[in-house]
Design a protein around this ligand. Sequence first.
Ligand SMILES: [Zn+2]
Length: 128
Amino acid sequence: MIPVSRLLFRGSTKACPVCGDRRLFKKWFTMIERCPTCNLQFERIEGHWSGSLGLNTIVSFGTLLLVLVIGLIVTFPEFPIGLLIAVNVGTAVVVPLLFFPISRTLWTAIDIAMRPLEEDEVDWESFE
Ligand SMILES: [Zn+2]
């Protein structure tokens, strides 16, 4: 049983939540199917990635709200609308792209915390 804090830390650092291996992405948006060390299949059930999509949406909109509020506070009382729109559109485009791989590993960690691993999902001898 892996502590939830360790699962979440590994997931939030783009590592395999189970063993910590970091070779999970061939490219920024291309994740391999199974962990090369512990053999965990990341897409644990059909529709698994809808959770990472939801997580990415929450983080992106949360960041967007934060940038909007900070922008309004910093520029009060004269709001440079064009600049605020540019910064917010940039945030709305860049954050989901940057957060994409972390949303996948972090969601897998959250999923494992909520729905613990079956004994045969991982090659435990390969890394412990
Ligand atoms: Zn692993």
